[in-house]
Design a protein around this ligand. Structure first.
Ligand SMILES: Nc1ncnc2c1ncn2[C@@H]1O[C@H](COP(=O)(O)OP(=O)(O)OP(=O)(O)O)[C@@H](O)[C@H]1O
Length: 375
């Protein structure tokens, strides 16, 4: 099969490409140039080093390598969404959009023109397909037949699972996606990279948002969105301090708001943002802090990785990356929206954030939190 390996210059996608070569595919590597540090944002933006590393690994594997410039599309499809979201007071997720709009969107369009049949990434996720009549999961990334059903399962390494970031992928994108390292644990992957002598074998895992690399989200936002200071208040409306702009804070945030707690081992936590009055609301965190916990929410932009999510069902809903998925009832409202009711109260559900939907280990799709109903 002719497969395009998306190589970021990190160890995960290096091993992903190596696995495809080992399986005998016709592999080419590609680095997407989404963003360069032209805005002089503080911090280290290592794209040049990443390209050098990705190219060196491609050479080691004996595969062709190219850099494609997708900076215009990235600005349009991801950065704009990110900045508009923050300006509107919600918390967007650029990594999720990057997968749907860039890697399996714009990059896939380009790949098809070049005659590729699939795109592979170094995500910790497993691809499965079933031919009619057989049962999931059959972990295999072969294309199957026309009528086979494709699905994404959580990566085998629970600490590294990245399916949350794939939640908004469309069925036709799932069909052409391959995740060659999803069955590996991170230490096994590192070992494989060492055995192959790959240049990236000991390279540190990337931090932060995919395109801003080591740059902190806060520094990035401050370059584009002016500070808008306002009061920090408690639930009774008493002013406790000053914030620098509501967009710089996240619901559930315990540190970085500058309000010290008078109670030992009980921190102030951000429980609400009030755009009308530009107030950031904080409260002392405990098991029943008002506004912090919620069981019910509405979702919009429901997106399915396979069969449509148009019936009431029980499922597991993961409200953010690195957070357990809680049991919930999902009730579609018929207009791309749904009600979600968790069995247990959830901490800091946040409008604008992606909610990934699962049936056990299987990723069903995703949606965006619209409103949160506090008890
Ligand atoms: N600039 C890029 N060019 C090509 N592929 C990319 C790029 N950025 C990310 N990817 C692909 O998306 C996958 C997930 O991206 P993410 O930024 O989360 O990397 P990661 O999990 O740290 O993996 P890696 O170790 O490969 O960098 C990568 O493994 C790679 O296949």
């Amino acid at each position: 099969m002719k497969i395009l390996a998306a190589m970021s210059g990190g160890v995960d996608s290096s091993v992903a490409a190596a696995e495809l070569v080992r399986a005998g595919h016709d592999v080419s590597g590609v680095y997407m140039k989404n963003w360069i540090n032209e805005e002089n944002i503080i911090g280290h933006c290592p794209w040049e080093e990443d390209i050098t590393d990705a190219e060196a690994v491609a050479q080691q594997l004996g595969i062709p390598f190219r850099v494609v410039n997708l900076m215009t599309e990235y600005r349009e499809k991801v950065v704009k969404y990110l900045l508009e979201g923050y300006q509107a007071g919600i918390t967007p997720n650029p990594d999720v959009m990057c997968n749907r709009e860039m890697k399996f969107g714009v990059l896939w369009d380009w790949a098809q023109e070049q005659g590729f049949e699939a795109i592979a990434t170094g995500h910790y996720a497993r691809k499965a397909f079933s031919v009619p009549g057989s049962q999931f999961p059959v972990f295999n990334s072969e294309p199957g037949t026309e009528d086979s059903e494709h699905a994404i399962y959580r990566g085998a390494d629970p600490n590294k699972d990245q399916t949350y970031f794939l939640a908004m992928m469309q069925p036709q994108q799932v069909r052409i996606a391959q995740f060659p390292i999803g069955h590996l644990l991170k230490p096994e992957l590192r070992e494989r990279a060492r055995e192959l002598g790959l240049k990236t074998a000991e390279k540190k895992d990337s931090q932060g948002i995919c395109f801003i690399g080591q740059v902190k989200m806060e520094d990035f936002l401050r370059t584009f969105v002016p500070d808008q200071p306002g009061p920090i208040v408690n639930l009774e409306g008493k002013v406790l301090g000053e914030h620098r702009g509501l967009h710089l804070y996240t619901l559930g945030q315990r540190k970085g708001h500058g309000v010290a707690s008078p109670i030992h081992k009980q921190a102030y936590v951000v429980v609400a943002k009030r755009p009308q009055t530009n107030e950031l609301v904080v409260a002392i965190e405990n098991a029943d802090t008002p506004l912090l916990w919620a069981r019910k929410a509405t979702l919009h932009s429901i997106s399915s990785t396979g069969l449509p999510l148009n019936e009431k069902r029980l499922l597991q809903a993961q409200p953010r990356y690195r957070c357990p998925a809680g049991d919930a009832t999902f009730r579609p409202l018929g207009d791309g929206r749904a009600e979600l009711e968790y069995k247990e109260p959830q901490r800091a559900l946040t409008p604008g954030q992606i909610c990934a939907l699962y049936d056990g280990e299987r990723l069903l799709g995703g949606a965006v939190f619209e409103t949160i109903q506090h008890a």
